[in-house]
Design a protein. Sequence first.
Length: 185
Amino acid sequence: MFFNKKKVKGFTLLELIISSLIFSILAVGLGATFFSGMRAWGVVKQYASDSDILFSLESFARELRQSMYQEDLGFEGSLSEITFLSVKNDRPVIMNYSFDKTKKCIKKKTRSLKESDEDKEDGEEKNILCGIEKYELYYLIIEQKKAQWLKEWKIENNRVPCAVKVTLAKGTKEFLKTVFIPVCR
């Protein structure tokens, strides 16, 4: 008599606990997937940055190995800049790599070999790597069976160095490449 047989609409406590548990498990699974994806993204981004540096170093090495000596043009370099005669598309060109400390970029300038001095400022210039904290070049000379690394190479040396050592640093990583030049004498 006192019982009301009217149906009560709503969820029972047991149904709420079970649905909360299912939602929590799904949220934890999605969160773990998201954070592992972010971690993987960071690793891939770091490898992509390293591969840009390694590719640029290999490109520099290839051009340097193709360098040649010509008396009036020579080979010149300091700790942060290098200029040499090389070959691009089967034509001789003057290559220049320099480090802009303010922009932290390595610039590459390619200038075609022309007869007149008025045309010396033409050519293409582009930033090949940015975000570089350190860029150093050293030049190997071998005289009388003794090898010595120099901080600068002058045209007056009248030859090409036997090797160029390049050191780059980006973030906490340092990259080192030694390029031996076949036309060394």
